[in-house]
Design a protein around this ligand. Sequence first.
Ligand code: RIB
Ligand code: CA
Length: 341
Amino acid sequence: MSFANVRRLLQGVVLMSTLTGVATGAVATPRDLIIDTDPGADDVVALFLAMASPDELKIRAITTVAGNVRLDKTSRNARLAREWAGREDIPVYAGAGRPLVRTPIYAANVHGEEGLTGVPVHEPRQPLAEGNAVQYLIDTLDAAPPHSITLAMLGPQTNLALALIQKPEIVKGIKEVVVMGGAHFNGGNITPVAEFNLFADPHAAEVVLASGVKLTYLPLDVTHKIITSDARLKQLAAVGNQASGKVVDILNAYIQYDIDKYGMTGGPVHDATVIAYLLKPDLFSGRQIHMSVNSREGPTFGQTVADWYGVLEQPANVMWIENGDAQGFFDLLSARLARLK
Ligand code: RIB
Ligand code: CA
């Protein structure tokens, strides 16, 4: 057979495999996603990463909660993030203004009084969507096809807990819940043993855990391994658009707190690891374990008790992510920011 005929044959094979791939739906369909968040510097980076990935993530809505700062500011910041990302098609619903039981706490000392470090804020063009986030979660999850919607939880889990308390059967609409929260090997960041999102509303985390949904936690154990460096910040800056410029400005200010407090060489981008996990799970590793949350007042309030070695011989109830490819994360973040304006 002549070379020309071999080439024609190979071209035909390539064409057929491409058509077959399309015909058999080998092109993945985007995941239906609701992002619940308390922006928050790292929340905004997570929102940018998600909004830059429409082929993989169909963001149904952003729901906001009080956490890093009060609800009016977390909601404003979520609207700002979608404006900056050119994704004003995504509705933002405001949710719970305070935790289920405990007295509210905030982290303005970390995220700034406006809840967003390093960049000026303004009143965004588009308003909030009508209605409360908790009712939106109830209505949407109740009407959803079975196990079709993923929830990314980037702040205290108050909204989802309130929805589950009011209508427990909404679990049928949930595919999985991926949480930034908790700490085991790393120790806490708001107390010696507790991470902020869990400490801010441990009762809500207990409700979500008890619901039996498929649950994945990205705790400080992994987020404190995926930290900035001068080279990584330069990598982000080299993307050279407005979105990457904002991310660099936000992170340059945000990471200083962790560098100063923990003597780290760089700062974590906690919440963005949740979105990276949804986009590229192979960047991460962990194991199915039994985990409980302590909501009793005292020195271990808000602690996640992660039974990594299974000593309690209790059934596993979470996928606990303990490691991640830091450079892979920053490569992904840089590549996706380049898709924004
Ligand atoms: O402990 C880190 C978490 O608390 C992140 O979600 C950050 O945004 C703060 O909410
Ligand atoms: Ca957050």
